[in-house]
Structure formats: C-alpha cells, structure tokens
Design a protein. Structure first.
Length: 165
C-alpha cells in the first residue's frame, strides 16, 4: 500500500474519531440535561410494544431494568464521562488534522489509556461494541504512529502531509 493511501486512511480514521467524539459530547450534554424520570419514561415507551409481544424479551427487559436502576449519580458520571472523553478526542483530532507534531504522541498516550479502560470495562460487560471500538482505536493508533514516524524522520514535511490528501 502506498504512502498516499495510508495517509488517506489516517485522515479518514481521525475524522471518524472526531465524529465519534462529537457524538459523545452531544450525548453527554443531552444526558446532563435530561432527568432520570424522562430516561425511565423513554425506556418504557421503547420497550412497551416488544414486551407486549414477548414479556420475556431479553433486550427489552434489560433496557427497562437498567433504566429503573439508573441513579442521578450514574447519570452525572456518564454525562461527565461522555463529555470529557469526547472533548479530549475533539481537541486531539483538531490538532492531528492540523499536523501539530506534539499531538501525535499525546494522541497515542490518550488512546492507549482509553483502550486500557475499555478492556477493563469489557471484563465486566463483555460488550461486543467495546471490542469493536478497541480494535478501531488500535488501528487508529497504528496509523497515527506511522504518520508520526514519517513526520519525525523528515520523510514528509508537515505541509507534505496535508498535500498528500
């Protein structure tokens, strides 16, 4: 695979991380503004038809049970987590796309910490979504490392990185 294609993959993966980060920020803000009673009402509305058809529906019952036990402290934690996690990634994505050399190692460190946390959470949740997110983060890390290595060794210039798009 040529360097131009690898750079395009890098740029696309960073843009996807940015889109995901914006979604996290929006979710964190929404979660902070919605009260827990509204979350329970929404869960009941979403699951009502499914539970009418099948009272033992696995997903509907678990969603409803989660909503019923969703506390204000949990809401505050998830709102803060999503907003802070998203804001950090938005910040890094902006500076990666601007080819700021310091952003490459910082991004690698931050993504590494996020991956450690995701693996820790997976040990409790066994969520396939966490596996997918972790694999994507690893791919992004490889692309960031590749791009950083080229920039650091002078194989491309900071302007050359942008020109390869």
């Amino acid at each position: 695979m040529n360097e131009r294609r690898i750079h395009q993959l890098f740029a696309a993966s960073v843009l996807l991380k940015g889109a995901h980060a914006l979604l996290e920020c929006a979710s964190g803000i929404a979660l902070a503004l919605i009260n827990t009673a509204a979350i329970v009402t929404l869960a009941k509305t979403i699951t009502q038809d499914e539970l009418t058809e099948d009272p033992r529906d696995f997903i509907a019952n678990h969603l409803l049970a989660f909503a019923d036990t969703f506390s204000i402290s949990s809401q505050h934690f998830y709102a803060f987590y999503l907003l802070s996690h998203g804001a950090v990634k938005v910040f890094l994505v902006i500076f990666l796309l601007k080819n700021k050399l310091w952003a490459y190692p910082v991004s690698l460190g931050v993504l590494g910490l996020f991956i450690l946390y995701q693996v820790y959470r997976f040990s409790y949740t066994h969520s396939i979504a966490l596996v997918v997110l972790t694999v994507f983060d690893l791919v992004v890390m490889v692309l960031i490392w590749h791009e950083y290595r080229l920039l650091r060794h002078g194989a491309i210039t900071l302007h050359g990185a942008a020109d390869r798009l």
